[in-house]
Design a protein around this ligand. Structure first.
Ligand code: CS2
Length: 500
């Protein structure tokens, strides 16, 4: 990394912190080069290397985004992470990447880089949708076309296929230990990644399985981790702001909120950067952190996205400041999510929720409802299933969680000529074609909801068995279609009362 680019030489205002480290060699291969990675793991790692050294440079791979990889390469792998919030002008330039490559043609190089004994960690941010999870088994979706293709030995198209092929090569070339670190919003993300990898291996011909399974048992660890920072996509206004703050052109700045959090298990079999010295929390309570974050932040975030979009709100703060939505948000948090979780020791629920309220009010960041609302079919099952099951088993109907699912369906696959508005229309979802098909076949909300649960392969069979809950989803969907989101929300709010 030469750091000769304009960014490397910027004499930007007092606000810019350039973390150049000492040009470390690659120690981490990151799968899923996107804005979140660039504002989270990359910043923690750059800080850790600047403070305590170590060869922890990051070789980053994007499955699809050629233009980002090329743009970063062109500017010596430097980019700015810009804090967007009132009263801050902070900019950080993490000089920690050693390569940025993309696409299937780069796959072989990535596999050899992982196999190289100098690589100690594979880190991952591919979103919930990237793990090839079957909603029916919770394990690997063996029927998925790309998984089939990877199992047949073609150049891997999936995350899991790529990891397995790289570990196979590593075993045959040096057999050195390595850590696989998921940084995605999945509960038990390390355990789940391990399960996917194991199920992939178990689907290979018997002679390929051993001694690979023995290598996995003895030399590969999969720590669980909870990651947190709200990082929207880059828009033209961010490019302009980067230019203004830095005085030089950055083609690929990352807008981010100042808040950042990372809780993880200290299970790095081949070592790790000194992340603990730069704010990461090493704890045995990662589960509690994950559940807290997945429900209180992400679950409520989805509610803000769908209710907001249906009320014509472009941004999360606009949705948050709408009084009837904020009432529903509080009911969901206090009456439905909070009673189903145990906070990590030392963290107060009220402090965490107060912080969330200030993060969701960030009008400078202006995170979009259509970003958070996209991919709901892979996000919602993670965020609300367990709370729904638990509340129902206690005799409480989770009104707001039911309505979150209704609102998602109304946004992604509207029926009966219902138009959910521009912000819902711009949401994307991998299950959208299938859901639109259901919507076209449905004469009303009940039929639609039954199809989603019977044939959608999105929610777990356990959730699909809760017939009263499904009727509630259909009822709210009907109200949204006939009278709009506000009436649906006020109806759900009025009914929402804890069991005792
Ligand atoms: C959001 C997350 O996309 C979403 O649904 O809830 O990206 C959220 O911004 C991050 O998890 C915050 O850490």
């Amino acid at each position: 990394m030469s750091q000769d680019s304009e960014l490397g030489k910027t004499t930007a205002p007092n606000s810019a912190l350039i973390i150049k480290g000492i040009q470390p060699k690659t120690g981490i291969v990151h799968l899923g080069l996107g804005n979140f990675h660039r504002a989270h793991l990359a910043v923690y790692t750059a800080n850790a290397v600047a403070k305590s050294g170590g060869d922890w440079g990051i070789y980053a791979y994007s499955f699809r985004n050629h233009s980002l990889a090329d743009a970063l390469t062109e500017q010596d792998l430097l980019y700015s992470v810009i804090d967007f919030a009132p009263n801050t002008e902070a900019v950080v330039i993490p000089g920690i990447h050693t390569a940025a490559v993309a696409g299937i043609e780069a796959c072989t190089a990535v596999i050899s880089q992982i196999a190289n004994a100098t690589t100690k960690i594979i880190s991952i941010t591919v979103t919930e949708a990237g793990y090839s999870i079957s909603p029916t088994t919770g394990g690997l979706d063996l029927a998925a076309q790309d998984i089939q293709s990877d199992l047949a030995g073609n150049t891997p198209k999936t995350l899991i296929g790529l990891i397995v092929r790289a570990l196979q090569l590593r075993l045959t070339t040096n057999g050195a230990p390595i850590t696989v670190l998921s940084c995605d919003n999945l509960s038990k993300n390390g355990d789940r990644t391990k399960r996917q990898v194991l199920e992939f291996i178990q689907a290979l011909p018997a002679n390929e399985q051993e001694p690979f399974l023995a290598y996995l048992r003895s030399s590969v660890t999969f720590p669980n981790s909870m990651v947190d920072r709200i990082v929207p996509g880059t828009e033209p206004r961010h490019l302009q702001l980067a230019q203004d703050r830095l005085g030089v052109h950055d083609s690929s700045p990352v807008p981010a909120e100042p808040f950042t959090m990372w809780a993880l298990e200290d299970d790095f079999i081949a070592g790790r950067p000194a992340w603990d010295e730069v704010g990461a929390i090493f704890t045995t309570q990662v589960m509690q952190f994950e559940i807290m974050k997945l429900r209180l932040l992400n679950g409520a975030h989805s509610l803000l996205a769908y209710f907001g979009a249906l009320d014509n709100k472009e941004t999360i703060p606009d949705s948050f400041f709408q009084p009837f939505i904020q009432g529903a948000l509080k009911a969901a948090l206090y009456d439905e999510y909070l009673p189903t979780l145990v906070m990590p020791e030392g963290l107060s629920a009220q402090t965490y929720i107060d912080q969330l309220f200030s993060r969701w009010s960030n009008t400078v960041l202006a995170d979009k409802t259509n970003r958070v609302g996209s991919d709901g079919s892979t996000k919602l099952p993670q965020r609300l299933t367990e709370s729904v099951i638990e509340l129902i088993s206690r005799g409480q109907m989770p009104e707001l969680l039911a309505l979150t699912i209704s609102a998602w369906l109304a946004c992604i696959a509207p029926i009966s000529g219902f138009n959910p508005g521009p912000y819902a229309n711009s949401m994307k979802d991998p299950a959208q074609p299938k859901l639109m098909g259901f919507a076209a076949r449905s004469s009303g909300a009940t039929e639609m909801v039954n199809l989603v649960f019977d044939e959608g392969n999105i929610f777990s069979p356990e959730l699909a068995r809760l017939s009263e809950f499904k009727s509630r989803i259909a009822e709210y969907l009907e109200i949204i279609i006939s009278s709009g989101i506000e009436l649906a929300v006020t109806t759900a709010n009025a009914r929402s009362k804890p069991a005792n």
